[in-house]
Design a binder for this molecule. Structure first.
Ligand SMILES: C[S@@+](CC[C@H](N)C(=O)[O-])C[C@H]1O[C@@H](n2cnc3c(N)ncnc32)[C@H](O)[C@@H]1O
Length: 333
């Protein structure tokens, strides 16, 4: 049993479970709590502001759809590179409301054992309530604890994921936790962070640390070398997701969708067969040609697909930011 594409929107079962918990809560209260939690995040604080069940629900309604979409997109990129990867055990670090666990369960029908850990009691309780409604996730093993101590006691898993979690650790802690999560990875590790320059910098530091410890990159990079991007450029991607009515109300948003920017890296124990290039920005479509910015095994490149080559031009027009791509007519920059 291999992987399947995870859609960017929350699975119906999870959406229904979240909305059921909103019954009896004032959406205005949930919106106010969500705004306060977002403000704390913007000011550099972490999930410490999430203390009650209302806070946890407000956080989940406001942020879970977007972090889910980012994890689903990262999982799809990983599965495209490793279509035969069929993990049976998962370890979700800093699992919060269980977002990455739900996404991994969608992508990998092979998953049987789900272990989660997090320091936040309110988010853990909400995750367990949401999981009760799922036949596959009802029996998850969710430990409460600080990452370092809990990881030391955790069993290794085929697939380990840390979604929007590393950003909440101090620099020294990030290094120690990265080493520990790699130790607990039998096969593949996925780390997802916000798609900001700071999120990218954390991903790059962790990537470098773990390559030095023997890891190989499965995605997004088609190589294990140093990242070829130089500041102010940074590697990140974007995923569009639909907003439900509850999501819009809690966020006080008008638009029926949002675009989540994220950065990620998937690391494996075994070397990965030659990987295709990665599209690093929306292709620029002009009359005469399409220009695609690519990370290739040999570094950064711009591929031009001239209109006179109809097949290549049409193929290049269809490419999306974040896609894996074959490399044709490359002009180095
Ligand atoms: C932004 S939330 C992300 C939650 C979830 N992974 C997601 O993608 O929706 C960060 C999570 O990391 C947890 N966390 C932060 N520092 C931690 C630590 N030192 N030990 C355990 N959990 C931690 C927080 O409690 C919170 O649930």
């Amino acid at each position: 049993m291999t992987s399947r594409a995870a859609r960017p929107n929350l699975p119906a079962e999870l959406r229904a479970a979240l909305e059921a918990r909103l019954q009896g809560f004032s959406r205005n209260d949930a919106g106010e709590r969500a705004a306060l939690i977002s403000k704390t995040y913007r000011e550099g604080g972490g999930s410490g502001a999430i203390q009650s069940s209302t806070d946890a629900l407000a956080y989940a309604l406001a942020r879970m759809p977007a972090t889910y979409a980012a994890v689903a997109a990262s999982l799809n990129a990983l599965c495209e590179i490793r279509p035969d990867f069929a993990p049976s055990s998962l370890l979700d670090i800093g699992a919060g409301p269980g977002t990455a666990t739900w996404a991994a369960a969608e992508a990998f029908p092979s998953l049987r054992d789900f272990a989660l850990l997090d320091a936040n009691d309110a988010l853990r309780s909400l995750a367990l309530e949401l999981a009760q409604d799922s036949a596959r996730l009802r029996d998850v093993n969710y430990k409460r604890g600080e990452a370092r101590a809990a990881l030391a006691k955790a069993e290794a898993a085929d697939f380990v994921v840390a979604s929007y979690m590393i950003s909440e650790l101090s620099d020294a802690e990030q290094k120690a936790v990265a080493a520990l999560i790699w130790e607990k990875t039998h096969d593949t590790l996925l780390v997802v962070e916000p798609g900001t320059p700071a999120g990218y910098a954390r991903i790059i530091a962790l990537r470098q640390q773990l390559i030095s410890a023997g890891a190989h990159v499965a995605a997004p990079c088609p190589h294990d070398k140093k990242c070829p991007l130089a500041a102010p450029d940074w590697c990140h991607f974007t995923q569009r997701l639909q907003r439900s009515r509850a999501h819009k109300q809690v966020k006080g948003a008008e638009l029926p969708f949002e675009d989540e920017k994220f950065a990620y890296v998937a690391l494996t124990r075994a070397p990965v067969a030659p990987r295709p290039a990665r599209v690093l920005a929306p292709p620029v479509v002009a009359k005469a040609e399409v220009t695609t910015k690519l990370c290739t095994p040999d570094g950064l490149a711009f591929m031009t697909s001239p209109r006179r080559n109809k097949a290549a031009y049409n193929e290049a027009r269809k490419r999306r930011w974040g896609d894996a791509a074959g490399v044709g007519d490359i002009a180095d920059i």
